[in-house]
Design a protein around this ligand. Structure first.
Ligand code: FAD
Length: 295
């Protein structure tokens, strides 16, 4: 049984904002795959739910006239993976969310829930960090945009105010055009497993496809929040594709991460994964960006 005090189905985003504003105990529920688990575990027992499930303006993926990709937070993982815009322009995100849970989970879990839960192991997080996603929120004061680099404030914590609803995840054209990207999730098994470590690399190559024009390196579970390794990104700019680059990415990342030991893995093992997954994701990202990689 689920211990729920009240359940309110919002008619639209404004109605959800109003309901949250009126109820300091109100908790947004979208797909419910995090919230319902927390209710059952007792962490959210007796809560008042404000459901945004089924609100059409929160679902679907489109591209605006400037080429920005707009992802409705209520879009499920499976719809993201199967969407043409995602497959054509940012397949890294479709691939990343396709690694979450199992088929049932991917049909109910939403990308907005994955962003709003604020957890470092969220499978969409390191790719969205590399894509410089902008999170659009609507609250009692109106609409505001938060770059994902300023979203996470601690484990399970974000800058979202109580009465704000995430209404869109925006990825500007310059954040994805010309990049190849690859995400690797390491877990003890392939399905129904939260990441022990996640690593996303996006790379844009020079015209001759032999050097790095720009590289983005993101990790999940390598720190209390999802992170980008910005010093390493700067250091490898202009480097030639090859072993020295892989070394610079792997070793550079080690200087910027701060993983912890948990029952899933020790800090030492996670550090090993940081280096190795960084190297492997780099190689695949380079190939996807049109470059060659000789082993
Ligand atoms: C069996 C199982 C396996 C799982 N495996 C994985 C996995 O492999 N990888 C992974 O990343 N996750 C996994 N998860 C976690 C979960 O499925 C995901 O985090 C999912 O994206 C949550 O989406 P949801 O719509 O179900 O979120 P909900 O449970 O509805 O909400 C999650 C949080 O986000 C808030 N929220 C949701 N939408 C909005 C919005 N638009 N505006 C404001 N706040 C909002 C809610 O208040 C809540 O705090 C798993 C969960 C289960 C139960």
């Amino acid at each position: 049984m689920y211990d729920i005090e009240k359940f309110y189905q919002a008619a639209d985003v404004e109605d959800a904002v109003r309901a949250l504003q009126e109820d300091p105990q109100g908790v947004v529920i979208s797909g419910g795959s995090d919230v319902l688990i927390k209710i059952r575990e007792g962490k959210l027992a007796g809560c008042n739910l404000v459901s945004i499930h089924g609100i059409k303006e929160l679902e679907g993926i489109s591209m605006d006239e400037e080429g920005a990709i707009l992802i409705g937070p209520g879009t499920t993982f499976s719809h993201i993976t199967n969407n043409k815009i995602i497959q054509t322009h940012i397949p890294i995100l479709g691939d990343a969310v396709d690694m979450a849970g199992g088929p049932q989970l991917r049909n109910i879990g939403t990308v907005g829930g994955n962003v709003c839960n604020g957890v470092t192991s969220a499978d969409s997080a390191s790719s969205l960090c590399c894509l410089d996603a902008i999170l659009v929120l609507k609250g009692p004061e109106g609409v505001r945009e938060v770059p994902i680099s300023r979203w996470y404030t601690g484990p399970g914590k974000t800058v979202r105010d109580h009465a704000e609803v995430l209404t869109s995840i925006k990825i500007k054209r310059e954040s994805y055009e010309g990049f190849g990207g690859h995400y690797i999730k390491y877990g003890k098994r392939n399905a129904m497993e939260i990441a022990t470590l996640g690593c996303a690399v996006m790379v844009k190559l020079t015209e001759d496809k032999k050097h790095v024009e720009e590289l983005r390196l993101g990790y999940g579970v390598a720190a209390p929040t999802p992170i980008r390794c910005r010093e390493t990104e700067k250091a490898v700019k202009g480097m030639e594709i090859g072993e020295a680059l892989a070394e610079a990415v792997g070793k550079g990342a080690l200087e910027e991460v701060n993983p912890r030991s948990s029952w899933r893995a020790s800090k030492e093992f996670r550090l090993q994964l940081v280096e190795e997954l960084g190297r492997r994701a780099l190689k695949d990202a380079v190939i996807k960006a049109g470059g060659e990689w000789d082993d």
